[in-house]
Design a protein around this ligand. Structure first.
Ligand SMILES: [Zn+2]
Length: 415
């Protein structure tokens, strides 16, 4: 008999309710009072008021370049490290006025922020410091002021609305494949995002896959399975958010224990995030995993989506109906040659370079990730979205360079 371990912790509900209020207040009042304009970042402000995630046009592209020019100047004027970086390359932020001048803007490697805290704002303006959730490796730390934290959640709001997932009148049961909150782990980026996602439909019941124990967190596959079985009986839509590796292991445990497939409510959904490694360098194969979710939980492929993002670059890229990461209006993505860092053509493998001007707190608007990726022409997807999409191929990693997913998977397969 499996243990029934629903979470009914008032503190958790308090936190979620307060995040809900935080978002409501910040988005409606602060954003509407022109979050970036007060900082003389009018183009940045205008860019994040674009509501539809995909609206490729010349004017939106020009707006993006103007916004990148503004944010580059912002950091250049306030951040001595960034100013000396640009000066050492002979790069003048005032010269950003077209795509080719933007292409020359020096990148900063995401790993740089694992060792250095170089903020462009005063300490009193910092509202949150998030860390990636590495347990053994180096953690990235990233500071956010009001603007920098609000813009990513506005983008998330727009993705969720675009998918029709904002259902304030339909309560749901939740399985969060992430850390049960403590006073400390609220600063872990992935846990924070999972809690935020609970604001789009009222919570009926909530179960965490990573439960608090006396001395930390422990993965609770059987509590998670029992929750899913109970949710199936109850019949409300179920929302599953968080690390793919945990759902992979939960489904695997169901099969090994001979538990028959269940049929969750047709409006149930799975929104994953945090990386696709299950242990060390083993990659979970996405599409066959999605097929397994449909088979074992009865959730349609259309309602299974992955999100890609990081604490250094918080644009929440969300899969289309064909499971591709198309580039939204708020970002530009390039694939750079491993040696020369020059942009590559479609289909060529290189480093992932992500651009978005949302952060006034740190110079992360043009960042080089450790991920290896290729770019594809938007039309080749066939989902109807015309902007290009990128595909993550792997990670140029060492043991020291650990993702949230690998760190979290240590709860599944302890070394
Ligand atoms: Zn597509």
């Amino acid at each position: 008999m499996l243990n029934k371990q629903y979470l009914s912790n008032n503190i958790v509900y308090f936190i979620i309710n307060n995040y809900h209020k935080y978002l409501t207040i910040k988005i409606i009042f602060i954003f509407m009072k022109q979050l970036y304009t007060s900082k003389k970042l009018a183009a940045v402000q205008q860019l994040y008021t674009l509501e539809a995630p995909y609206q490729s046009s010349r004017s939106n592209n020009d707006l993006f370049i103007s916004a990148m020019a503004e944010i580059t100047t912002w950091h250049y004027e306030r951040n001595p490290f960034y100013r000396s970086l640009l000066n050492s390359r002979g790069y003048n932020p005032k010269n950003i006025n077209n795509q080719s001048s933007l292409a020359e803007l020096p990148v900063i490697h995401a790993n740089f922020f694992k060792k250095h805290s170089i903020w462009s704002i005063k300490d009193e303006s910092i509202k949150h410091i998030f860390t990636s959730s590495g347990t053994l490796g180096q953690k990235s730390q990233m500071a956010y002021d009001h603007a920098s934290i609000t813009a990513p959640f506005l983008m998330l709001n727009r993705y969720v609305s675009n998918l029709g997932w904002h259902t304030p009148n339909q309560a749901c049961n939740y399985l969060l494949l992430s850390y049960q909150p403590t006073s400390e782990n609220q600063t872990i980026g992935t846990s924070y995002t999972d809690h935020i996602l609970c604001k789009y439909a009222p919570i009926n019941k909530l179960t965490y896959a990573l439960k608090l124990t006396g001395d930390g967190h422990a993965f609770d596959p059987f509590g998670s399975i029992q929750a899913l079985l109970d949710y199936a009986q109850e019949g409300l839509p179920v929302r599953i958010f968080g690390f793919p590796a945990f759902l992979f292991f939960i489904l695997d445990s169901m099969k090994k224990r001979g538990i028959a497939p269940i049929k969750l409510h047709p409006d149930s959904l799975v929104y994953l995030g945090g990386g696709w490694k299950n242990h060390a360098d083993k990659q979970i194969h996405k599409i066959s995993f999605y097929q397994e979710i449909t088979k074992q939980l009865g959730i349609s492929d259309l309602r299974i989506r992955d999100m890609f993002g990081s604490v250094e670059h918080c644009v929440p890229y969300t899969e289309c109906s064909n499971h591709h990461f198309h580039i939204p209006v708020w970002a530009q993505v390039n694939i750079l040659d491993l040696k020369t860092l020059k942009p590559l053509a479609y289909g060529q493998e290189g480093f992932l370079n992500l651009q978005s001007p949302y952060s006034t707190s740190a110079p992360v608007h043009n960042i080089l990730m450790s991920d290896l990726a290729v770019m594809h022409a938007g039309q080749s997807c066939g989902c109807g979205i015309s902007s290009d999409y990128f595909e993550i191929i792997g990670r140029a990693s060492t043991k020291k360079n650990r993702s949230c997913a690998v760190a979290a998977s240590e709860f599944i397969y302890p070394n």
